[in-house]
Design a protein around this ligand. Structure first.
Ligand code: PLP
Length: 433
């Protein structure tokens, strides 16, 4: 598979080139040059073969010829070593739990796969590779855990000071080894800006060998197709169309969902479910894409004012608003609506949804109100409720039990370094280390 830029002014490259660069040299995002559909017979096999085998078959066309089959098999089986659970709350509403990995959020899929892929691609490099990642919460811990101890790679994580939960912060600031966390006096958008600026800084890139682990990296998107296959395997064969509600921030998750649809998985439509950072739902209504500064909300991993995968969504829909609208319906939930939905889902189904998942359920309910035709809903559950204990307590009056994994790292000491939001300070740090 060759990879092209969404801006179409950069040469085609290999998967290795796309993964190590992160961003294309013309500022665009890398996309697979073509996406092949699997035949109905092959899709039928997807229901029966072991999950690792299916993931391998799904990703193989995207990784050939860069990654030999046996290496790819090893990457897939090591990265996806935790289950995807489907919980049916009612015949028409299913929750796909993507949070059973080491950091209890769906980003484990992308991060664990990409870390192993990069580890393979940098074998034999003389300079260490520096992975830069801006996080609004969960990317940091997933990436840090994904790369921890991978030789030849160091990770620098930027996160907005005091805007993420203690549980999130402790998951990636206590690791040490090849992981450095920078606590930035600013917002998530500041963190993203610093990272972007570093990549476009020619002088810095002469000395440092930089790459990105944000959802702009195509190496993170590919494994996010896997859980759509997991849903397909577990859902009852139904004649009603499937609507997939995706709690969204940077829209990597939704982009990967469209990839999964393009390889042949049956999804009628996606819901762009956001909190009040609703740039994409507003675009779907007005045709105007108007990025703006992010606002802090309870579902803070989706506090994104300028979703960085938007160019990919447009690209997948040939740049036309009407095609995007056909593929995606959008809705936003306020903090109040999110709390209410958490409470409602708990009372009605005895199910504990984290705030991001609750946004997904809320937007699915809103979709149903506006669309009378029969449909079943699949909501991607992106984080474990225990990661957002404070919000859960607000919603239902008690905190969820703390999984052992999380309790352990809460006890450890935070090792992050303070950083201003000024690019020169960040650059000096990168040059000095
Ligand atoms: C990152 C994240 C999201 C948003 O995913 P995108 O791919 O950025 O749209 C949603 N929920 C949780 C818990 C996350 O960590």
């Amino acid at each position: 598979m060759r990879y092209r830029s969404t801006s179409r002014r950069a040469p085609l490259t290999s998967l290795r080139g796309a993964v190590l660069r992160g961003l294309a040299p013309d500022g665009g995002l890398y996309m697979p040059a073509e996406i092949a559909r699997h035949s109905p017979e092959e899709l039928e096999k997807f229901r029966k073969l072991p999950f690792t085998e299916v993931c391998f078959r799904v990703v193989k066309p995207f990784a050939t010829p860069d990654v030999p089959e046996e290496v790819l098999w090893q990457i897939v089986s090591e990265a996806i070593n935790f289950p995807v659970r489907l919980v049916s709350l009612s015949p028409g509403l299913h929750i796909l739990e993507l949070f059973h990995g080491p950091t209890l959020a769906f980003k484990d899929f992308g991060a664990r796969f990409m870390a192993r892929l990069m580890g393979y691609f940098v074998r034999g490099e003389s300079r260490p590779l520096t992975v830069l990642v801006a996080t609004s919460g969960d990317t940091g811990s997933a990436v840090a855990h994904g790369f921890l101890g991978v030789p030849g790679i160091r990770v620098v994580i930027l996160y907005p000071s005091k805007r993420i939960s203690e549980a999130q912060e402790k998951q990636f600031t206590t690791l040490g080894e090849n992981i450095t966390a920078l606590e930035v006096a600013g917002t998530f958008d500041d963190c993203q800006r610093l990272v972007k600026q570093a990549f476009s800084d020619a002088e810095l890139n002469k000395t440092a060998f930089l790459t990105s682990a944000n959802s702009i990296n195509v190496g993170r998107l590919l494994p996010q197709m896997f859980y759509h296959v997991a849903a397909y395997r577990q859902l009852p064969v139904a004649s009603v169309p499937l609507i997939v509600s995706v709690p969204s921030g940077n829209f990597g998750n939704l982009t990967a969902g469209i990839f999964a649809k393009r390889i042949g998985l049956p999804v009628a439509r996606f819901i762009a479910s956001t909190n009040s950072n609703d740039v994409v739902p507003q675009y779907l209504r007005s045709g105007q894409f108007a990025p703006r500064p992010a606002k802090a909300t309870y579902s803070n991993a989706m506090d994104v004012g300028n979703p960085n995968n938007f160019p990919r969504l447009l690209d997948l829909c040939r740049g036309r608003l009407e095609y995007v609208q056909k593929e995606i319906w959008g809705r936003a939930a306020t903090d109040e609506e999110t709390l209410c939905e958490m409470k409602k889902v708990h009372e009605r189904f005895g199910y504990l949804a984290d705030p991001h998942t609750a946004v997904g359920v809320f937007c699915w309910e809103a979709y149903k109100l506006e669309h009378a035709e029969p449909a079943q809903g699949l909501v991607l559950a992106t984080a474990h409720p225990a990661k957002f204990a404070d919000v859960v307590r607000k919603a239902i009056g008690s905190a969820p039990p703390l999984p052992e994994r999380l309790a352990g790292c809460l006890k450890r000491e935070k090792l992050s370094l303070p950083m201003s939001r000024d690019y020169e300070d960040f650059k000096q740090f990168l040059l000095a280390h």
